[in-house]
Design a protein around this ligand. Structure first.
Ligand SMILES: [Zn+2]
Length: 60
């Protein structure tokens, strides 16, 4: 899959801010980004692979 779109928050769809931290791995750089909505996002090779922590947008 190829995408030219920058990653955005799955919770609020806001474009992601620069990563707070970056960790090289054999699968590609893993980056942690904190969105303006408070959601922590885990990115790998510019794709959101997970979230961490609470978000006000979480579905019940
Ligand atoms: Zn967000």
């Amino acid at each position: 899959m190829v995408t030219d779109n920058p990653p955005s928050c799955p919770a609020c769809a806001w474009p992601l801010t620069p990563p707070a931290s970056c960790h090289p791995s054999s699968e590609g750089a893993v980056r942690y980004v904190r969105c303006i909505c408070g959601q922590w996002l885990v990115l790998q090779r510019d794709a959101v692979i997970g979230t961490a922590g609470p978000t006000a947008f979480a579905a019940p």
